[in-house]
Design a protein around this ligand. Structure first.
Ligand SMILES: [Zn+2]
Length: 180
């Protein structure tokens, strides 16, 4: 298993209209494309990881952002139909990874999991492009992984932030870009 698909923060709070911190239409537009990418990755035998914010109610991050993705609440759940996919295919190959910082590698077993599977390449997708996707791509780059991005599978609070982060990943992290 050489490739991992890292799906970042596709939770109710970040995607649903009545979520706590939604990316709006841009976020909703990538749900089905990500489901397709996840299905393809699953069929190909790639490692699929849903890395999601799962905060304590008094997390210091809430000094910066509205309260969101509190562990155990609906807001922290994967958005449908990704939640259904996860419920159906949860296994050694399809995992959920709770995280508390932007970077999915920070104080999580992610690096260990990738090492165990012999992963060399990570495809990062989800939200927000310039925050958690970027921070996780940076974490992957620091650890020597080839980062792959598909801008059509990421979304941000603004198109400007999305564009900037895509270019940063391409130019600074040498991410391989799969679409425009
Ligand atoms: Zn958060």
């Amino acid at each position: 298993m050489q490739r991992a698909l890292l799906v970042i923060d596709m939770t109710y709070d970040f995607i649903a209209d009545d979520g706590a911190l939604p990316c709006g239409e841009a976020g909703q537009k990538i749900v089905n494309p990500i489901l397709q990418a996840v299905q393809t990755a699953h069929q190909n035998g790639d490692f699929v990881i849903f890395a999601c914010d799962a905060h304590a109610i008094d997390d210091k991050e809430f000094q910066l952002w509205p309260v969101h993705c509190v562990a155990g609440t609906k807001g922290a759940q994967l958005i449908e139909p990704l939640n259904q996919f996860y419920a159906t295919y949860e296994s050694d190959q399809v995992r959920y990874l709770p995280k508390t910082k932007y970077d999915a590698f920070f104080e999580t077993p992610l690096a260990m999991w990738l090492q165990e599977k012999g992963v060399q390449e990570v495809l990062v997708c989800g939200v927000c492009t310039s925050i958690c996707c970027y921070a996780t791509a940076l974490g992957a780059y620091y650890r020597g992984y080839q980062v792959v991005i598909d801008p059509a599978l990421m979304a941000d609070l603004t198109p400007e932030a999305h564009e900037f982060a895509v270019l940063q990943m391409e130019n600074v992290l040498k991410a391989q870009r799969l679409s425009n």
